[in-house]
Design a protein around this ligand. Structure first.
Ligand code: CA
Length: 231
């Protein structure tokens, strides 16, 4: 049983209870707050292993809290999952931009909630390893960063430098959603000459070359892209 500590900030009592109940049942320690400012205080007092953060909160809202934590050197490592309502995609993009790790959309199933929480906690432990790794090998697709080489089921795939950087970046963070802006910053920020700054164009080109029908790269509507978490 895990015993990681999770702080949940959510102003709708019913949803808060669903979150609390399901997390506790999985063995997590749970502290809750119905209020943004109090929630932030709880987090600062005793930094948890993960924060589940509703975006729309009276007073101090979820994005404010996220910004606050990510600007605090003692807190910025704490993973944050945003809890959002349908139609808040633009806020999700903002949240990802300021450092939130993932999001779930209401209504969600308990199974989905627990899966995302566990994935984010696991990612926290393996992220450093993954970025140091010269190799990404997922479900028939292997990416060799030192040789700039991509193989699909043993067959070499020719990608442009920007396509390669983009695919490698996504594939080394499986399960993590990125906005288009984040992908631009992370992949084309350093030294690559980009002919087209439109991420969608590059994704389309990669998909075509690796024959991907969202098996590897998923389009997250209104938000961006995610490399599928393969179990
Ligand atoms: Ca709310």
């Amino acid at each position: 049983m895990p015993n990681e500590h999770i702080v949940v900030v959510e102003d709708e009592p019913d949803i808060l209870e669903v979150l609390r109940y399901n997390l506790k049942r999985e063995g997590f320690q749970v502290t809750t707050s119905l209020d943004g400012a109090k929630g932030l205080e709880l987090i600062l007092q005793k930094p948890p292993d993960l924060v589940l953060l509703d975006l729309m909160l009276p007073g101090l809202d979820g994005l404010d809290i996220c910004r606050h934590l990510k600007n605090n050197s003692r807190m910025q490592h704490i993973p944050i999952i945003m809890v959002t309502a349908k139609g808040e995609e633009s806020d999700v993009v903002l949240g990802l931009g300021i450092g939130a790790d993932d999001y779930i959309t209401k209504p969600f199933s308990p199974k989905e909630l627990i899966a995302r929480v566990k994935a984010v906690l696991r990612r926290g432990n393996t992220a450093i390893l993954a970025t140091k790794n010269d190799w990404v090998d997922i479900d028939g697709l292997s990416i060799d960063i030192s040789k700039y080489k991509v193989m699909l089921h043993g067959k070499e795939i020719k990608l442009t430098a920007s396509e390669f950087k983009l695919l490698h970046y996504l594939a080394s963070h499986p399960g993590q959603v990125f906005s288009r802006e984040q992908l631009l910053d992370h992949t084309f920020g350093s030294g690559v000459v980009v002919v087209d700054r439109n991420i969608d164009v590059h994704i389309r080109a990669i998909r075509k070359k690796i024959g991907d029908d969202q098996r590897y790269i998923e389009t997250i509507r209104g938000v961006g892209y995610r490399f599928k978490e393969l179990s």
